[in-house]
Design a protein around this ligand. Sequence first.
Ligand code: KIV
Length: 294
Amino acid sequence: MSTLPPNFNPLNTRKKISTLTFRQKKERGEPIAVLTGYDYPTALALDQAGIDAILVGDSLGMVVLGYENTLPVTMEEMLHHCRAVARGARTALLIGDMPFMSYQVSKEDAVQNAGRFLQQGGMEAVKLEGGRERLDAIRAILGAGIPVMGHLGLTPQSVNLLGGFRPQGRTAIAAGRLLEDALLLEEAGCFSLVLESVPARLAEVISKRLAIPTIGIGAGAGCDGQVLVSHDILGLFDRFTPKFVRQYADLHTAMQTAFTSYIADVQNRNFPAQEHTVEMPDEEWEELIDKLEG
Ligand code: KIV
């Protein structure tokens, strides 16, 4: 058994985190820690560990459901996992990631689907990808009283348009456009902004220009907070580990060891042992067997 880190807070005595807390943390210069979560036990562990926000990301599609990318993920799949996370978390801000085609078609669709994340998924905010082309949808969702987190840079739902999962904002034109988009999202009312796979210096400039916190993933240390996919830091996603991930555990190997040991124990009759067995006092058993045998 490993020892718990000193900042572990099993009773979770922290105050509830809100979108306002995000803003206050930026003002105080305190980094914001965000991770993705997709189920009840992980949400419980994230919350007890003291995470600021749990993002139920549409990365769900790749790391939990085994899809090639995030495009096949549906509203129903997202809501199913959001509900599980909401049952496990108490203090973290809960953010639901709007899946492909749930906000791109019309602003009416966008509001309705964002509303489902709060009404049916137990979330407190939504995230959606894109810049100037999403302003109508973002304003409409905010108009319904739903906080929105933006997402710029490498936006995985546009993987086909971007020509793959590749870093963004590397030319003067692309960097300028990214900065403009960031300012537009802030002006529209987003409470925070994910910057994914953009040069660290650009992310730092954007973070300094915005009053809302930037949450980086592969965007360097100049962002106001960081987000990673939990399965990546736990060593649970087998296909690839992005360069910007620090792996904190190797749960895939831990699972394989546990499963292999269990199988061997069953095959060798080492499991179940006495302590896993329900026993009956002799007299009770004799009485029972007498009755059974008539
Ligand atoms: O879906 C996701 O997990 C995300 C984060 C990586 C930002 O969008």
